[in-house]
Design a protein around this ligand. Structure first.
Ligand code: GLV
Length: 330
């Protein structure tokens, strides 16, 4: 039996590649930039599997170009770039990489929060520019983090990991989620439920950890900013389109909120006009899961998804549409 063919659309850790090599004929777009769409559509034609990242839209167009495709493993926990119902209709199993990046992502949301509140990136630029002439009681004053109120929007694995860290800072933690969690779990995290409007009104820091779907697109818009405290900060290490980025620029410029820390953008890799000029925002290039350890675990997990689906022919542990296999077996 010839080995199944897979396409890997981006450079990945050697160890993950080594895990795949014995099982598959591999075509690898081994680059640090996105595979051109046209090339992706032509290379996917004869492939049984695809290991992709979140810059590749796995939609009807791609599926129509891939008549042999049976499995898509995305090297990410988020799968808003994948049309899962379309994959299910065509019998394509989709896997993602949950769990392994939870703590790393929570660390990074905190990195953004601290950096924005205590103006550390501004301070770094200041030092490098040789502007520091000595200690000044009124220079670059930030905002205390300890003892403040943190509002977490989306209280899944990552939101909860962010809440746990807040306990060490003696913060009051509020959360909003479409689904309220059990009271004993709320107690465990020291977190109280609020409707979104109340959370926005009461929080000193609002950190986003919900998925992107129709219900969360532009969840944070001009009206939401109008509810926030003027002294508040917005942190987004989830997905860019959850925030209306133009409204955010306006809010930061006008002092409607005090600051922001962003890891994701509405139209990545682009940013809304004016955002990069603002001093009161910390900007990162989608780094939340970017530790050596975690990116390796994600790579191995994505590889295992393809091995399970195409070689072992069993349900991958992290299938987002396992019903595909049940339908095929019926
Ligand atoms: C990164 O954004 C991910 O979804 O893993």
């Amino acid at each position: 039996m010839p080995k199944p063919k897979i396409l890997i659309s981006r450079r990945i850790p050697e160890e993950a590649l080594a895990r795949l090599k014995p099982h598959f004929q591999i075509e690898h777009y081994n680059k640090p930039t996105a595979i051109p769409r046209k090339l992706l559509l032509s290379r996917i034609k004869d492939k049984d599997g695809l290991l992709c990242i979140l810059t590749e839209k796995v939609n009807e167009e791609l599926l129509a170009a891939a008549p042999r495709l049976k499995a898509v493993a995305t090297y990410s926990v988020g799968f808003d770039h994948v049309d899962v119902p379309a994959c299910t209709r065509r019998g394509v199993i989709v896997t993602n990489t949950p769990g392994v990046l939870t703590e790393t992502t929570a660390d990074f949301a905190w990195t953004l929060l601290m950096a924005a509140a205590r103006r550390v990136v501004e301070g770094d630029r200041f030092m490098r520019a040789g502007k520091y002439v000595g200690w000044d009681p009124m220079m670059m004053l930030g905002t205390d983090v300890h003892g403040k109120t943190l509002g977490i929007v989306g209280f899944g694995r990552i939101g909860q990991a962010v809440a746990r860290r807040a306990q060490g800072f003696g913060m009051k933690v509020l959360y909003y989620d479409a689904q309220r969690i059990f009271p004993e779990v709320e107690r465990q995290f020291g977190a109280a439920f609020r409707e979104l409007g109340d959370l926005l009104r009461e929080s000193d820091f609002v950190s986003l950890h919900c998925v992107l779907d129709q219900s969360t697109h532009h969840l944070i818009d001009e009206r939401a900013f109008a509810l926030m405290k003027r002294s508040a900060y917005l942190i987004n290490a989830a997905r860019g389109p959850i925030v209306d980025e133009r409204a955010l620029v306006k809010a930061l410029k006008s002092g409607r909120i005090r600051g922001a820390g962003l890891d994701v953008y509405e139209a990545e890799p682009k940013m809304a006009a004016g955002l990069a000029k603002l001093p009161n925002v910390v900007l990162a290039p989608h780094l939340a899961s970017a530790s050596l350890e975690t990116r390796l675990k994600m790579g191995l997990m994505a590889a295992q998804g393809l091995i399970d689906a195409l070689i072992e022919r069993k349900r991958p542990e992290h299938a987002v549409n396992p019903d595909v296999l049940e339908k095929a077996a019926a």
